[in-house]
Design a protein around this ligand. Structure first.
Ligand code: MN
Length: 381
């Protein structure tokens, strides 16, 4: 049985990953969370991993004293996440932390020769070139957990990669599908946090409302499947039943369908290539009746067009738009800016900064700081 370390174990993907591991008897070797001491303690007592880590260093002492009666090693900070990612006891590291904080643990896991089940899309957005070249060098697999990328990965099985024309990345369209730019000016935080199909953490829910999530997934797909931007078509599909599709040279299109439940892609990433019963509902197409498709509105949803432009230009641009978005979303959730400003801020990064290369982790961190400082400056002035 595979031995799994879960980073971000108390979040939406993390808790579902724990459930999948429990259901199939996978050994959980380590758990790491941002700051949820209560839930991490509960998970630690239940699954008895070798190691747990808390990213938030201020709460580390509390977790350590709560687990003092166990022999579980308690770590903290980025160092703790990376120590867990590289643990000898792991076969695979499931990374579901939020934001580009996930990049270094991913690189560390790959460096240590561990396969990675990747739910942290910012890892590939900010460090795609570093992550994919290191994975090739170390001969490790990156299994996508994101539902669209898992769908594409599934559609690629048993076919020849060089006979692929393009991929069709489906998008739910979020809560503001069909809105004009004018209408977007008045939307509230509560509306933005209400996603029609998926129940997710706050960051990704806002990203789904701005369509930045699809922009990040566009970039993620480029790196995961080694595609040109022209080979990725985004189609708005409101029901989130078709999780994505691929088109081959003969124009045969293969899609993967299922109920919108992340446990299916999580399970596939951990048990690949096996398909066994999943703790979810089966899909009933007749319950849906109609599936719809539409073009995305790239003029209204500026985050999406900015992300596509960023990966088309390459270099540090994807990292810059991602970090600007992380800062802008944080500011929006703190009621510092309006919804519409997220897209304005993210796309302004493309005009503000000249092209620069990403050759190292330090280059990523430097682009990250540049974008965050720029966004904080805009907001505070
Ligand atoms: Mn997705």
């Amino acid at each position: 049985m595979k031995r799994v370390a879960i980073l971000g174990s108390t979040g939406s993907i993390g808790t579902q990953s724990v459930e999948v591991c429990e259901k199939h008897g996978l050994r959980i070797t380590a758990l790491a969370a941002h700051s949820s001491v209560d839930m991490l303690e509960e998970q630690a007592r239940k699954f008895k991993p070798e190691c747990v880590a808390l990213y938030n260093e201020e709460k580390y002492g509390e977790l350590k004293s709560r687990l003092a009666d166990t022999n579980i090693k308690v770590l903290c900070g980025m160092e703790g996440l990376c120590e867990i990612a590289a643990m000898e006891e792991n076969d695979i590291v499931l990374n579901s932390v939020v934001g580009m904080v996930g990049l270094l643990p991913t690189l560390t896991a790959i460096e240590a020769g561990k396969d990675v089940a990747l739910a942290n899309k910012e890892t590939l957005v900010a460090g795609g070139t570093l992550v994919t070249s290191l994975a090739r060098e170390k001969g490790v697999m990156i299994y996508p957990v994101d539902s669209e990328h898992s769908a594409i990965f599934q559609c690629l099985q048993g076919n020849k990669r060089e006979q692929l024309n393009k991929i069709i990345l489906t998008a739910s369209g979020g809560p503001f599908f069909g809105f004009t730019y004018e209408q977007l000016k008045n939307v509230t935080k509560a509306q933005a946090l209400r996603h029609p199909n998926w129940d997710m953490g706050n960051k990704i829910t806002i990203d789904s409302a701005t369509l930045m999530n699809k922009g990040l997934e566009f970039i993620e797909a480029k790196w995961l499947f080694d595609l040109e931007p022209e080979q990725i078509e985004i189609v708005v599909h409101r029901q989130s039943v078709i999780h994505s599709a691929v088109e081959y040279k003969d124009y045969a299109v293969i899609a993967q369908l299922g109920v919108p439940d992340m446990k299916i892609p999580i399970q596939y990433s951990l048990l690949y290539p096996d398909r066994v019963e999943c703790p979810t509902k089966p899909l009933s197409l007749t319950d849906y009746g109609t599936l719809t498709f539409a073009k995305p509105d790239l003029d209204t949803f500026k985050c999406l067009s900015a992300a596509i432009e960023a990966i088309t230009r390459g270099g540090a641009y994807p990292c810059l738009v991602n970090s600007a978005n992380e800062e802008a979303v944080r500011a929006f959730l703190n009621d510092e800016i309006r919804f519409i400003q997220i897209g304005e801020i993210v796309s302004s990064v493309l005009e503000k900064f000249p092209y620069s290369e990403i050759k190292s982790y330090e280059d990523v961190m430097s682009a990250d700081r540049t974008a965050r400082d720029y966004v904080r400056h805009i907001i505070n002035n």
